[in-house]
Design a protein around this ligand. Structure first.
Ligand SMILES: Cc1cc2nc3c(=O)[nH]c(=O)nc-3n(C[C@H](O)[C@H](O)[C@H](O)COP(=O)(O)O)c2cc1C
Length: 314
């Protein structure tokens, strides 16, 4: 990286020397995996979305890598909330602040329980509330029920004064961005993260005439190249509508420096890699960072702010 290039970015006062992290659920279930991320070229790490109690998740096979991306129906396998809270708190005590604690309660009560525990703990870092897991049988994605999101935020902000971000599902209608942004703009959110997997896709293997994952009859969340245009649209649509104090994490379809560049051009402050990290492993962070640096150098950009959100329209 040229000495003049600066990839630094900040969310709610938390500095990241590099804007590229893992996406929740990939390479982050165990503390060993999280340690690997923190010693890689990644800018930090997000923990696996935690439920109050540990979960084994759905039946296998539950993840399939495909030429253009992935389909998964993991069902939130995780070691339980306390495991991840202990990890981020321990890291914070050693001055490692570039972490995001992801939580995904199976009910409103579970989400409030975890947020209350965070509020009364020593952890003061970023928290990502996942409102968009498409893969728990019998549970719908809260992010598609705007009245429920409004109620939840109204309750949360009666007691929570930490650094809260929301992981959102993809939206497809411009009216949805208007409606949801009007709700989100009423609260001191640190950020939104767009997007989670595109829910309930179906991949068909014509050879075996079968689905490729077992849970839910083969329906699962789609990630990777398939989802990049939807992810970019969500980042852009929210950046045009949200208060500037609410930052944006761009997730979806990133596997190269150019993909990162496009997300930032649409307005992302930070980006996350899911599917491609799963197939390539943590070495991806060095490659993608170098590609982003080369692209910025070729264009004469020295900081992310030089092009963030500056997408041109015709
Ligand atoms: C195996 C797998 C597990 C995932 N688990 C979670 C999770 O626990 N919490 C979450 O917010 N998103 C989860 N996701 C979604 C990703 O964080 C990401 O939003 C999505 O895959 C789109 O990014 P990508 O195109 O880089 O894969 C998971 C994705 C995959 C592929």
């Amino acid at each position: 990286m040229s000495p003049k290039l600066n990839l630094q970015t900040t969310i709610a006062g938390i500095d990241f020397r590099n804007p590229i992290l893992n996406a929740a659920g990939v390479w982050c279930q165990s503390t060993a995996e999280l340690d690997t991320l923190l010693t890689s070229s990644a800018g930090g790490a997000v923990t696996k979305s935690a439920t109050v109690k540990s979960r084994l998740g759905n039946a296998t096979p539950r993840l399939k890598s495909l030429p253009l991306g992935s389909i998964n129906s993991m069902g939130l396998p995780n070691y339980g909330f306390q495991y991840y809270l202990d990890y981020v708190t321990k890291q914070q005590a050693t001055d490692q602040h570039n972490l995001i604690l992801s939580i995904a309660g199976l009910s409103v009560a579970d989400n409030l329980t975890m947020l209350r525990q965070i509020q009364s703990s020593d952890y003061t870092g970023l928290v990502e509330l996942n409102l968009s897991c498409p893969n728990v049988a019998g549970k719908s994605q809260v992010g598609y029920d705007f009245a429920a999101v409004a109620d939840l935020l109204a309750t949360i902000f009666t007691f929570f004064d930490g650094k809260l971000g929301l992981k959102l599902p993809p939206y497809f209608d411009l009216h949805q961005f208007d409606e949801l942004s009007a709700i989100l703009n009423q609260y001191p959110l640190a950020y939104i993260n767009a997007i989670n997997s595109i829910g309930n896709g179906l991949i068909v293997d014509p050879l075996t005439e079968s689905v490729v994952i077992k849970p839910k009859g083969g329906f699962g969340g789609i990630g990777g190249n398939y989802v990049k245009p939807t992810a970019l649209a969500n980042v852009r649509a929210f950046r045009l509508r949200l208060n500037p104090t609410i930052k944006i994490i761009g997730t979806g379809g990133i596997s190269s420096g150019q993909d990162v560049f496009e997300h930032i051009l649409c307005g992302a402050d930070l980006v996350q890699i899911g599917t491609a990290l799963g197939t390539e492993g943590p070495a991806i962070f060095e490659r993608v960072t170098n590609e982003l640096s080369d692209l910025m150098a070729a264009k004469g950009y020295q900081n992310l702010a030089d092009f963030r959100g500056k997408l041109k329209t015709l």
